[in-house]
Ligand binder design. Structure first.
Ligand code: PSU
Ligand code: MN
Length: 301
């Protein structure tokens, strides 16, 4: 196990890993910065329960008081959900938090990095970061994409929101050598909607097929795999209407000068207000479905 001395793996997670039983990593930025209190804590607990129902052990990842924590007890989870001051931490923030004894909610990139240190191969989340619209002027490309190139973890997500530039996100994933798998779909899903008009690189029908691809990727010493699982149809939002709402929220972010790491949390909160909670309900439904699929992949691995 890498990172001795800074990595704290919860006993239940360590026991499962040692016995080769399925484990699914979960991120904490979605808890601290992706959803409002108290739905964030309810969702975090529900996701852990969903992973357990699928026969795997959940390992929610965060950085607390300078320690890389893999598997959180209920009080640590509550602290992350309640404490509005915990930093959003991507890969580049990990060392500074370790050095200073600080705390951070981990994004997809940081969660993948820490999961890999602990020996966890499968991770479930809602949406990944990507190439932002307007990248020509901002250069805003999430560290998540580069993490896939270097870290052999499968991330189950519902695609990317249209706050991102989906075609450019897919182009960069191709350049970085990242397999983009569609679970029972030919199209890359757009988070709230099941389709984006863009093709995935490969379609898989079963968790077993995905596990086989991930195992091959790991044998080859390659990086991560993106597994795109469309939002369950009964929870999908109308594509045109959510698109218009996203455009409105993005204009507002622009007017208020919000950029960089603050943009995704701002847009998620505004969308929740503008849709009167419908975007949050969809978000919760899709992460739940991703947690269930991740448990299945982990069991098949
Ligand atoms: N997309 C969501 N909810 C989230 C995020 C993305 O629907 O909470 C979070 C994830 O943690 C992701 C991060 O890794 O935002 C990407 O942030 P940035 O674009 O600043 O890299
Ligand atoms: Mn960014």
């Amino acid at each position: 196990m890498a990172a001795p001395g800074v990595l704290d793996v919860a006993p239940e997670v360590a026991a499962a890993l040692a016995a080769g039983r399925p484990v699914v990593a979960l991120e904490s930025t979605i808890v601290a910065h992706g959803m409002p209190w108290p739905r964030n804590l309810e969702t975090a607990r529900m996701l852990e329960a969903e992973v357990r129902a699928g026969g795997a052990v959940p390992a929610t990842i965060a950085i607390l008081d300078g320690r890389l924590r893999v598997g959180l007890d209920p009080s640590a989870l509550e602290r992350l959900a309640k404490d509005g001051t915990v930093a959003k931490a991507s890969r580049r923030d990990i060392a500074a938090l370790v050095a200073s004894g600080g705390s951070g909610a981990t994004t997809v990139s940081a969660t993948m990095a820490i999961a890999a240190m602990a020996g966890i191969a499968v991770f479930a989340t809602g949406g990944i970061g990507g190439v932002h619209r307007g990248v020509e002027s901002t250069m805003d490309v999430s560290a998540d994409l580069y993490e896939f190139a270097r870290t052999p973890v499968a991330v189950v997500c519902a695609g990317a929101k249209s706050i991102l530039d989906i075609p450019r996100t897919l182009e960069l994933l191709e350049s970085l050598g990242v397999p983009v798998i569609g679970y029972r779909t030919d199209e890359f899903p757009a988070f709230y909607a099941r389709t984006s008009g863009r093709k995935v690189d490969r379609r898989c029908e079963t968790a077993g097929e995905i596990a086989a691809l991930l195992a091959a990727q790991r044998r080859l010493g390659f990086g991560g795999v993106l597994v795109a699982n469309p939002i369950p149809a009964e929870h999908a939002l109308d594509a045109a209407s959510i698109e218009a709402t996203i455009a409105e929220a993005m204009l507002e972010a622009d007017r208020r000068g919000i950029r960089g790491a603050d943009i995704t949390p701002f847009l998620l909160a505004r969308l929740n207000d503008l849709t009167k909670g419908a975007s949050l309900a969809a978000n919760i439904a899709l992460v739940r479905s991703n947690a269930a699929l991740a448990a299945e992949i982990s069991a098949a691995l």
